[in-house]
Ligand binder design. Structure first.
Ligand SMILES: [Fe+2]
Ligand SMILES: [Fe+2]
Length: 291
């Protein structure tokens, strides 16, 4: 592998730094840029540097070994990013780099307080997301209860019993992460909504149920993916990411199994029903995050 033109050394334990670096990582650079998290104890540090000094300010290391820090480090990075190059040019105007460095030092003074706020927001964010997962898995268990209460079709009953067991396991796993007092206060409503989402299509027959399940699970797959993407960019508590990935894999299998069992393309009316179910699921997530 070729030596990177620039290595950015940043504090990955800081939610503010992580967010800014994630922004740069998503951009195309005109030469290889490597991003190194100096909070990772396994990372080998450049010669004559300490972890504490690298975590206190952002640094870059050029291919020739030259180090820069603070505003000068940002300017070196921006010069590699076509969309940000104008800022690097601006820094060449006499006095501008000095001003940028003053602004960066001002930010550093406030960084600990901003980190505390950002960490509190992230903890609250994951709790809100888990509350929506818990509400969703509760609804899922009740969808299958609704199907089993109505349908006498042996194939559909076997499908519903098997899926209900998986959903009950998802619910159990998520309950372990979310204390009872932090769960949605609308749980009775999610149970009723879930039960009706299973029972109503079951009145119409297995094909309507399979199409409904495929629509719900398509939404759930995207919902979990959104949370997984967030955790990949902003690592959360250990064990949460694999849990969400396990649930998502099960939901995708449910979606594919239901889509295959539906067999024929849905009618216009069934497509409309599935759109209503998808929109209802999205609305429920918004509400469950808050209430
Ligand atoms: Fe589930
Ligand atoms: Fe599922």
């Amino acid at each position: 592998m070729s030596e990177p033109a620039l290595t950015v050394l940043y504090d990955g334990a800081c939610p503010l730094c992580r967010r800014e670096i994630a922004l740069y990582q998503g951009l195309q650079a005109d030469a290889p840029v490597c991003y190194a998290d100096v909070s990772d104890a396994a990372l080998a540090l450049p010669p004559q540097t300490t972890r504490d000094e690298l975590m206190a300010r952002v640094h870059v290391r050029h291919a020739d070994g030259r180090m820069e820090s603070g505003a000068a480090a940002f300017v070196a990075l921006w010069a590699r990013l076509p969309g940000w190059r104008a800022l690097a040019w601006l820094a060449r105007v006499p006095g501008v780099l000095w001003l940028m460095e003053r602004a960066y030092r001002f930010f550093l003074r406030w960084r600990p307080a901003m980190q505390r706020r950002a960490r509190a927001w992230e903890a609250g964010h994951m709790e809100r997301e888990l509350r929506s997962d818990h509400a969703g898995e509760t609804g899922a268990v009740f969808i299958y209860a609704g199907i089993l209460a109505v349908s006498r079709d042996p194939g559909l009953r076997e499908f519903a019993s098997r899926h209900r067991a998986t959903e009950a396991e998802h619910l159990r796993l998520i309950e372990a992460w979310l204390p009872a007092g932090r769960r949605s206060r609308l749980l009775p409503a999610w149970r009723v909504a879930g039960w009706l989402t299973g029972a109503l299509p079951a009145l119409m027959g297995p094909r309507t149920v399979y199409a409904t399940i495929a629509a719900v699970e398509t939404f759930v797959d995207r919902h979990y993916q959104h949370q997984i993407d967030h955790l990949l960019a902003h690592p959360g508590p250990e064990g949460l990411l694999p849990l969400l990935q396990t649930c998502q894999a099960d939901e995708c299998a449910h979606r594919d199994e239901a889509a295959a069992a539906a067999a024929v393309p849905p009618s216009a009316l069934l497509r409309l029903w599935c759109a209503v179910v998808g929109a209802g699921s999205a609305g429920a997530v918004v509400l469950a995050r808050r209430i």
